[in-house]
Design a binder for this molecule. Sequence first.
Ligand SMILES: *Cc1c(COP(=O)(O)O)cnc(C)c1O
Ligand SMILES: [Zn+2]
Length: 500
Amino acid sequence: MKPESFPKNIRPHIIPEHKGELVYRCLGCDREYGIEKLLYTCPDCGMVLLIHDLNFAFLKKIPGKKWRDIFDYRRMIKIPALKGIYRYHEFIGPIIPLSSVIYLGEGHTPLIEANYLLQKKVGMRFFFKNDGQNPSASFKDRGMASAFSYINFLVQNKLVSDVLAICASTGDTSASAALYASYLEPNIKSAVLLPHKKVTPQQLSQPLGSGASVFEIPGVFDDCMKIVENLSEKYNVALLNSKNAWRILGQESYSYEIAQDFEYDMSNKAIFVPIGNAGNITAVLNGFIKFYATGIINVLPKIIGVQSEHANPVFNYYSEPDAQKRKFIPVTVKPSVAQAAMIGNPVSMPRVIKLVETYNSLAGKERVFFVEVKEQAIMDWQITANRHGHIACTHGGECLAGLVVAVKRGFVSKKDYAVLDSTAHALKFSGFQDMYFENKFSHEYGISPDKSLVNFPVLIHPKDLKKVPAPGKPLKESDFKTFLNRVSDEIAEILNLKNK
Ligand SMILES: *Cc1c(COP(=O)(O)O)cnc(C)c1O
Ligand SMILES: [Zn+2]
């Protein structure tokens, strides 16, 4: 639909104007800094930052109902810059002109109602949000679209040049950063640091394929992160980890998308998010807070953060019921199939602490909960989900295992609809599925396969059948006929097929 065809009262808003005034605000000392340059931590106290719009109060002048109409109408617009996360431009990056926006197809991922039997098994109504259907096959693309649109804006305005984008990654951040950087060739190049042998082959192939400089580092993600921080302090590079507040800002679209997909009715909704570096849950909390503050939603949904027992610092922190006594202690991670969340010292922890407090106090009651799950449960539930028509990655399995725990602990009830983030595509983590089927997990994982879920291909090659086709070597007609019948009969026998 063309802008001039929209209803009169919507038309002035359909193409967003940029009236925001964004600043970085420190989570520690509340100091504010201009956004003319990239800043990751507070120059005064060293704490992480979040981006705030000093003109946010103006957004409240438009009633919630009108905002809802604006976003619903924007769904119909064909301008690429408004097709992704910037459908919510006024909330996501109101200073970014549309001419700077990078859109590679991120966001607005499908919300898929769980298979009926699966819902019955769990005892709850729930949906998967399939974030594997983003361009680099994980949710990280929303935040990257935001960070790279901002960098592109700086480049176009000659505020920076020859940018080297750099990040540490458990696999998906680097895949995403490398993709967006390569789209901005020749202005931006990228370099990624990965923990050696701690990312899947698919995740390693992604930045290589995008032409990034790829470095493998001994240790785990937390070690890579320290090196990247060291590099960004000493050298002129653009840090693309979620320490970068632009990433968080873009990822807020996740909350807005869910709100819009439920017609902005957030009553009886419970949003499940796996936690690694805690960037995603920060964005989810902040997103719902902003929509609530502007009356676009009238209820704050429950938020349930999920961690594996093998990487559970956030869960541990909140397992102390007395807020005064809580103390954050980083953990040493153990191997986890939720590998992209295998982080012992989450960068966004201060953001989570602050936003959880704000969220609960706005809601007037406890609305944010944390659960931990076993590695075994993650794998069992991932495979069970995928046997019921889903494409959940291990973190999607982690969310589902988390839902089962949350039901038991009474954090959610049968009245609720749960939304589980399948944060990446199942194919990125198919190696863990192989390990499960082949019973090849080392003992540290503590995972053994449930035999009823194991699946193997069956090679059909009758022993006495001498002649079988091969590439470039078709069989003679009579030999092929024999081959055809013998193989068909064998399959029919295994499947117990009845004659017509
Ligand atoms: C990054 C990532 C996570 C963890 O998200 P955080 O924002 O680091 O908490 C979970 N799942 C997948 C697939 C990821 O790539
Ligand atoms: Zn500070």
